[in-house]
Design a protein around this ligand. Structure first.
Ligand code: ADE
Length: 225
């Protein structure tokens, strides 16, 4: 899978050199590139924002640098999924991660300030070669789309065959009913600071263990913990 992030802080993506994603990149399972939006400006100051029409606080990112940056990707690659990060987007979840994990090239538009001129999404929604997704990672506001893109990249890439070492753990996740959080996990020692691992997990009875885990997962998701 190809992934391109467009941002005024392309260095924000250096954590993608680490851990499983770093390894997947070295094996070319993932080809990641971050590009600087300011490289697609034409004025001396490399401006990317301006005041909002209709007034109000803050600045809005101008459409044209985004248009130039996205067009430069489309010149090389005929088909993309364009992900615009915005708190006003549809809420990201595991189902969306699964859907995106089948894409060939994900392009993340990471806005800052009060967001990106709304015409950027409208313009590319009308292009046959572009699927536009406006996505929020949750009901809170962060300073820019970069951290949101990192969350989505991690959730999506771990679903690509070969990226995580033990694919059985993916199976277990997908067999959980939607929204059910996972059961609590324990490792050695069996007693830590007077706290004991639940007896059933030491029993070796796989049927009972399975039942206990399902009940705990259900109880946790009901409690929202
Ligand atoms: N940019 C600012 N807040 C965001 C959020 N919650 N999700 C996606 N992008 C954002």
């Amino acid at each position: 899978m190809k992934i391109t992030a467009i941002s005024i802080f392309p260095e924000y993506f250096s954590p993608l050199e680490l851990s499983l994603i770093g390894k997947a990149r070295s094996q070319s399972l993932i080809v990641f590139k971050s590009i600087n939006l300011r490289d697609f400006t034409t004025d001396n100051h490399h401006s990317v924002d301006d005041t909002p029409y209709g007034g109000g606080a803050g600045m809005v990112m101008m459409a044209e640098p985004w248009g130039q940056a996205i067009d430069s990707i489309l010149e090389k690659d005929g088909e993309i999924d364009l992900i615009i990060l915005t708190p006003a987007g549809s809420k990201f979840n595991q189902k969306k991660a699964e859907q995106l994990s089948g894409a060939k090239h994900l392009v993340f538009a990471c806005g800052r300030y009060e967001g990106i001129d709304a015409r950027v999404g409208d313009y590319y929604r009308d292009r046959k070669s572009v699927r536009v997704h406006e996505i929020s990672i949750g009901d809170y506001v962060v300073n820019g789309g970069e951290v949101a893109a990192l969350v989505i990249i991690e959730a999506v890439t771990r679903l690509i065959p070969g990226v995580i070492g033990n694919p059985a753990s993916l199976d277990e996740e997908s067999h959980n009913e939607i929204g059910a959080l996972e059961y609590p996990t324990f490792t050695k020692p069996a007693t830590w600071r007077d706290l004991n691992v639940p007896e059933v997990l030491l029993s070796g009875n796989h049927g009972e263990i399975q039942k206990w885990r399902q009940e705990e997962a259900k109880r946790r998701s009901e409690l929202g913990q």
